[in-house]
Design a binder for this molecule. Sequence first.
Ligand code: GLN
Length: 502
Amino acid sequence: MTSSMNNLDLHDLGVAELAAQLAAGTVSSVEVTQHFFNRIQQHSALGAFLAVDLDVSLTQARAADARLAAGERTPLLGVPLAHKDVFVTRDFPTTAGSKMLENYRSPFDATVVSQLASAGMVSLGKLNCDEFAMGSGNENSAYKPVQNPWDTSRVPGGSSGGSAAAVAARLVPAATGTDTGGSIRQPASLTGITGIKPTYGRCSRYGMVAFASSLDQAGPMARSALDCALLLSAMAGPDPDRDSTSLDMPAVDYAADLSAASAQAGAKPLQGLRIGLPTQFFGAGCAPDVLAAVQGALAEIEKRGATLVDVSLPLTELSIPVYYVIAPAEASSNLSRFDGVRYGHRAAHYTDLTDMYKKSRSEGFGDEATRRIMIGTYVLSHGYYDAYYLKAQKIRRLIAQDFQTAFAQCDVIAGPVSPTVAWKIGEKGDDPVASYLADIYTLSSSLAGLPGMSVPAGFGAGGMPVGLQLIGNYFKEAQLLGAAHQFQLATDWHQKAPGVSA
Ligand code: GLN
């Protein structure tokens, strides 16, 4: 071990730091993998993981060590991560947080999973999430809720709550997540980590269990913008044979861009960057403690040379009803494949085919998935389609146009991610609409297909983390990561760890 590691445990190191140690040969991938595996066992009460398999992980780690020994030096080689359980994997079961897929094994890996594996990352297993990624608190997991490592009586956010809790508690240096209406950004915000939802289509959706296909997008969750950049460089890119909605744009080396930007001498690092603040994101709906942290972060960004300008996203409020029509509509269609015949759960006793469908689906789906199937089927049905689904699609277009009007005045839009810090487990349990309302700041950019990220920005009520949201125009992931990286060079919010991480 090098002297730099004397005072640090392996789990204190982020992706870039671990990769450096692995490349220098001061530690092996097998040692790193074993270390994180032990931590996962030690902190299993958090509920972050749904599946681990040490043999599988060690096999991957040994393969990475062999590549390192052969002289290969790539940025993620030998570094462990874990995947949200909506990415299908050959080596681990995939449940999407649902009883419907209990013990399901995919015959293939999701594109994102195989890209990260080819880059040499070692999978530590599968991470808990809301059932079919439907939720904002991870309480809709059919298996167990996830605890927020900053306060185990609170939710970690959702639907990528397992990913967020695992990264925050230092059980993994990085994780994959998916974001349909905020599920990377919001749990990142509520657990004090960094996460980026790329432009819709930037990462392949092949092998992601589908929720709302026109919104679903994969992205990385890690401790810093730099670590997210390293993962995104491996995850992004076209997948023309398997996902026709994947963008025909080559992956970018986002991490190299960050170092290049940091190396520029002279002007302040964010000089010339115009940050737009939508008035609708800073109103009475946002808790004062969250606003205070976000304002503090913006002041820091301003000090680094950016200018703050007021912009307007007038249809922000409508993003909730619009999303909660469109997402359930698409979900009702996507979830029709779970019929007890082709995938997953089949009822043990039934009288005929229709009875088998009914029983298998009623037993397999939890309350929230059932609610959304019913809403989605309703808004798509003859007689209601025009009034709900078509109307929602029209407003979706207007929401996207409002962003373009705003981007005429600014380069990046900033605001809170979530109107409050993490809430108590059970607090919103029997009121789905209370959860839906908490998505107010993330839904509109999802509907528009824009990239967005959450960057740790301080702490609010109860000592709980608060994230700053940065939203970019299409394909501007590099600009978002660059701004976040500069912010993280000047602040240490992203380095704070909850007590459980000791
Ligand atoms: N909270 C939102 C929902 O429940 C978003 C979920 C997501 O992004 N997967 O649908």
